[in-house]
Design a protein. Structure first.
Length: 293
């Protein structure tokens, strides 16, 4: 499928900002199943300095400096991206999860070492004894890795309530486990903490999900939102993505922006500024399929 994606951010400040520096993860990355056709980022006021780079994880990154005094900053990222469907495979054919943990400990090939860096706690995805016990309910002895990950994805979907306003970026997975409430990034961080508590490599993925309006209603432009899910590494298969918020094996209706250890590595926009006072943020996202007929 081919999508046109628009991601608009507006920052309204109570006082003028004299200078600001920003790091953007707003350009979808190329993956084995995803190809970026084109992308543009428009900033108002215009940036006096702009650099395009790749970060440690290979994600496209834009660095901006705005030196013009401003009380309103607008950032509009527009991209066209093509996503291929996931090939067929059987989750029961994956190796037992304990075998994967053992391979990480003894195998020194580049692929395994690259995956192993995602098997440790990170600032937003710290494991606890409670999280380890929760993960063990899905990861029973000898169970195939992908079958167990699928079961954990379903458990989070069925046992937790999607509710905004009850968490923020500082909310640890342990609290999410206790309250059984949160949003997509909370569920992704919890699933990461579960997998890593067992010694398995798992990474945080940010992006977008094609949403569909209720039957009989028109699609609302700008009503979509950014999304988050996880990917787990499986020998001989590679990285397989799961969406615990929607209990999905990620296929061709998810658009990948970036991946890292957790949200802190792939925040869409972050930075610092001089001045500004208090501020309000407005975000609009639109994911539209392209009719190629």
């Amino acid at each position: 499928m081919i999508f046109d994606v628009k991601h608009k951010n507006a920052f309204a400040y109570s006082q003028d900002v004299s200078i600001s520096h920003h790091i953007l993860h707003l350009v979808p990355r190329d993956t084995p199943r995803q190809a970026l056709h084109n992308s543009t980022i428009i900033v108002d006021p215009a940036a006096s300095l702009r650099l395009e780079r790749r970060d440690f994880f290979g994600n496209p990154v834009t660095y901006l400096t705005v030196q013009e005094p401003h009380h309103l900053l607008k950032v509009l990222a527009s991209s066209r991206v093509e996503v291929q469907p996931l090939g067929e495979f059987a989750t029961t054919d994956s190796p037992p999860w304990e075998t994967v943990v053992d391979q990480l400990r003894r195998d020194t090939t580049f692929e395994v070492l690259d995956a192993a860096q995602f098997s440790f706690d990170s600032p937003y995805a710290e494991s606890t004894e409670d999280i380890y016990r929760y993960a063990q309910q899905s990861f029973t002895p000898g169970r195939p890795l992908l079958q167990a990950t699928e079961a954990l994805t379903a458990a989070i979907f069925n046992e937790f309530e999607y509710q905004g306003g009850v968490t923020d970026l500082s909310t640890p997975p342990q609290q999410v486990l206790s309250t059984r409430k949160g949003v997509c990034q909370d569920f992704a961080h919890l699933q990461l903490a579960c997998l890593r508590s067992l010694g398995l490599p798992a990474r945080y993925v940010s992006g977008y999900l094609l949403t569909k309006p209720p039957e009989g209603q028109e699609r609302l432009v700008g009503a979509d939102a950014s999304h988050a899910w996880i990917a787990v590494w499986c020998p001989n298969v590679g990285w397989i993505d799961y969406d615990p918020t929607n209990n999905l094996l990620v296929n061709d209706e998810h658009v990948t922006l970036a991946w890292g250890r957790d949200y802190g590595d792939v925040s869409p926009i972050k930075g610092f500024m001089l001045g500004g006072g208090s501020h309000e943020i407005t975000v609009e996202v639109d994911v539209a399929p392209v009719n190629t007929a």
